[in-house]
Design a protein around this ligand. Structure first.
Ligand SMILES: Nc1ncnc2c1ncn2[C@@H]1O[C@H](COP(=O)(O)OP(=O)(O)OP(=O)(O)O)[C@@H](O)[C@H]1O
Ligand SMILES: C[C@@](O)(CCOP(=O)(O)OP(=O)(O)O)CC(=O)O
Length: 404
């Protein structure tokens, strides 16, 4: 008998940013946060887990390379928590259930996009790990319960247990049992939400989120203001905007919160800079694009947001994506053609790009080819998926197929 399961999980990009922990071991945040889950059709982590009494120890391969599982590290904690749930919720209740909690596991995972480049690989990665082990162990758990475990792998990972629009409620309890992800609205509520990711750099980043945010907690006074007076109000505003499908309000709060996250990074001692000249020019383009839109219709049409790196994520409604791709390509000429998953250009190419009528072209300079290395067009997506045996990443010998 082979005990094995495969799952995939999505990336999420926060509109209200998580930045700061009140408990670094349990990964309990200093503020609530909210994100949009992006489609797994474009960006995903896929993970296969197998339990077998003949394995000598728990082992994990990420993109074909073995990673150490060292207790009490994050990987070891997540695996141990899931084994504990298997024992308590399945084996202790049903004497005939195989004692999978006592078997070592082999885990193989693959990210179909750059790992540790500020594209939230830790979020989709830990969500896929938790989802595949939960499927292997047949855990009767809700996504919110599983989010409690994914959170201990990487905070932002807890939000990837749901599709659509997701809040991570910070919670107040010391044991973290109320610090979990909840669905604000499913994908189907507002499926017109699209995202354009401008890959400015796919290098490993300078200051990791984990170390950067703790330096901010220790040194930034502005962070305390943000936690007490800004985020609670913004969480309410953005939830209301999502429920009402009010893109203008959604965009206003999203951009303000990205700005404030980078302001608290700058307010850290020594200061942390995640955005670069390219990032700032993309902001200038979106600000001008919105100025024209507001002049015509009174409403914003795009929202930029930046995580702990220079890559821009631009949220917009489906009807505006084409204009925005043309705008970005005009200022950031592309080496490779735009992969057009939604057929915006009906099989043709983007060409030289262009700006909308009334746009002040002087707000940014034209950059060299390669300043924006690539554009990824995606949309709001669903939560983790359990996949069939044909998608498994482990071979019959229990080792990654990529190594065979
Ligand atoms: N598929 C995966 N399975 C298990 N762990 C993963 C997976 N993908 C990434 N990770 C873990 O996450 C780490 C990368 O996280 P890191 O926070 O540095 O980058 P990021 O998630 O790309 O960026 P950010 O979270 O700041 O947006 C990897 O080194 C690995 O330990
Ligand atoms: C800027 C962010 O992307 C920070 C993400 O931080 P991580 O979740 O990567 O940090 P750890 O909990 O230490 O693993 C904002 C966000 O996703 O909310």
């Amino acid at each position: 008998m082979v005990y094995q399961a495969t799952a995939s999980a999505p990336v999420n990009i926060a509109c209200i940013k998580y930045w700061g922990k009140r408990d670094t071991k349990l990964i309990l945040p200093t503020n609530s946060s909210l994100s949009v889950t992006l489609s797994q059709d474009h960006l995903r982590s896929t993970t296969t887990s197998r339990a077998d009494p003949s394995f000598s120890k728990d082992r994990l391969w990420l993109n074909g390379k073995e990673e150490e599982i060292v207790a009490p590290g994050r990987l070891a904690t997540c695996i141990a928590e899931l084994k504990k749930l298997r024992k308590e919720l399945v084996e202790d209740k049903d004497a005939s259930a195989p004692k999978l909690s006592t078997f070592p596991v082999h885990i193989a995972s693959f990210n179909n996009f750059p790992t540790a480049a500020g594209l939230a690989s830790s979020a989709s990665g830990f969500a896929a790990l938790v989802s595949s082990l939960a499927a292997l162990y047949a855990l009767p758990c809700s996504p919110s319960t599983l989010s409690l475990i994914a959170r201990q792998g990487s905070g932002s990972a807890c939000r990837s247990l749901f599709g659509g629009y997701v809040a991570w409620e910070q919670g107040v309890l010391d044991d973290g049992s109320d610090s979990l992800a909840v669905e604000v609205a499913p994908r189907s509520h507002w499926p017109e939400m699209h995202a354009l990711i401008c890959v400015v750099s796919d290098d490993k980043k300078g200051t990791s989120s984990t170390s950067g945010m703790q330096r901010t907690v220790q040194t930034s006074e502005l962070l305390q203001h943000r936690i007490k007076h800004v985020v609670p109000k913004r969480m309410k505003e953005i939830e209301a905007a999502i429920k009402a499908k009010d893109f203008d309000a959604f965009a206003k709060v999203t951009m303000a919160d990205s700005n404030q996250f980078h302001a608290v990074a700058l307010d850290t001692e020594p200061p942390i800079f995640y955005m670069n000249d390219v990032s700032r020019s993309i902001i200038a383009l979106i600000v001008e694009y919105n100025r024209v839109a507001i002049e015509k219709t009174g409403k914003r049409k795009a929202a930029y947001t930046y995580d702990a790196g220079p890559n821009a994520v631009i949220y917009t409604l489906q009807e505006n994506v084409k204009e925005i791709v043309e705008l970005i390509v005009k200022y950031f000429p592309q080496k490779d053609g735009f992969k057009d998953p939604f057929q915006l250009f009906a099989g043709g190419s983007v060409g030289e790009g262009r700006v909308v009528e009334g746009f002040n072209e002087a707000v940014a300079k034209k950059f060299e080819v390669g300043a924006v290395k690539g554009l990824i067009h995606t949309n709001v997506g669903d939560g983790p998926r359990v996949l069939g045996a044909e998608e498994a990443l482990l071979g019959p010998d229990g080792l990654p197929k990529s190594l065979a």
